[in-house]
Design a protein around this ligand. Structure first.
Ligand code: B16
Ligand code: MG
Length: 250
């Protein structure tokens, strides 16, 4: 069942739990010291779509459905440009391939239509859409005493977290409902860090978008890149699997 609207400003700081460091794996993913003045790792800020869960695929399907209605060419390569950027900026990137000019009201209506399609796909998600390695890795990180936050451009983040059973898991959630500027601006990550009461050099950001890696670096964070952004040279670590994070914190 689809919930009506994302729940307004749900950015929160729930405090941290646990202090035992349960991770003892050897660091196998090298990092480049000196790019950012490193401090002891105390927090991890996760992007949501494409990192915690595969909702990036639903974004693609929903934008594709809209683009087809408008006879605008759209494919997965184009879709990769939308990762991490806001809904309205995404629409502008799609419309740039078309020939027609639209009013602001029409653009808002297009974005709402896309969001309705997207939310109907999200509504079908359940806790089984949280991959086992993500769940297990998050559990290990939580018991290690490292604070965990979400830093997502999405206004649907509270709804998604609810669907996959993580609505109360994170120590803080900063999302598209709480920010004025989306990635590559660092606002969402700086907000997440401040909710955790940590400074950027004490945190790392996990991202699947080039815009997100750029946002992390712009904010003074070290970044672990994965998925579409795995080869981004601005990232400190390059994660083949989500569980590789455990090698960073060891
Ligand atoms: P919404 P993330 C981002 O989430 C998506 O990567 C991006 O494709 C999307 O346009 C943006 O959220 C806004 O999403 O329409 O749900 O508000 O990757 O930053 O977690
Ligand atoms: Mg993402």
């Amino acid at each position: 069942v689809s919930r009506s609207q994302p729940g307004g400003s749900l950015c929160r700081d729930l405090g941290s739990e646990g202090a035992l460091n349960a991770c003892s794996n050897e660091l196998k993913v090298p990092y480049e010291e000196g790019r950012i003045n490193m401090k002891k790792l105390r927090g991890i800020i996760f992007d949501l779509d494409g990192v915690i869960c595969s909702t990036d695929e639903y974004h693609y399907l929903a934008w594709k459905a809209l683009a087809e209605c408008m006879a605008i060419p759209f494919d997965r390569e184009r879709n990769n440009l939308l990762r991490g950027v806001s809904r309205m900026e995404s629409l502008e990137i799609i419309l740039a391939r078309g020939t027609k000019v639209y009013t602001e009201e029409e653009k808002i209506a297009f974005a709402e239509k896309k969001n309705m399609i997207y939310r109907s796909l999200l509504a079908q998600m359940s806790t089984s859409d949280l991959a086992e390695d993500v769940r297990n890795t998050l559990d290990v990180l939580k018991t290690s005493g490292i604070k965990l936050a979400i830093g997502s451009s999405s206004k649907n983040a509270p709804f998604i977290l609810d669907r996959i059973g993580l609505s109360t898991f994170f120590d803080a959630v900063a999302d598209g409902n709480c920010i004025l500027r989306s990635k590559p601006d660092p606002e969402v990550f700086l907000l997440a860090a401040s909710l955790l009461k940590l400074d950027p050099p004490e945190c790392i950001v996990v991202e699947d978008a080039h815009a997100g890696v750029e946002a992390a670096v712009n904010g003074g964070f070290r970044c672990a890149a994965m998925g579409d952004a795995i080869d981004d040279e601005r990232a400190t670590w390059h994660l083949k699997r989500f569980a590789d994070l455990l090698q960073i914190v060891a």
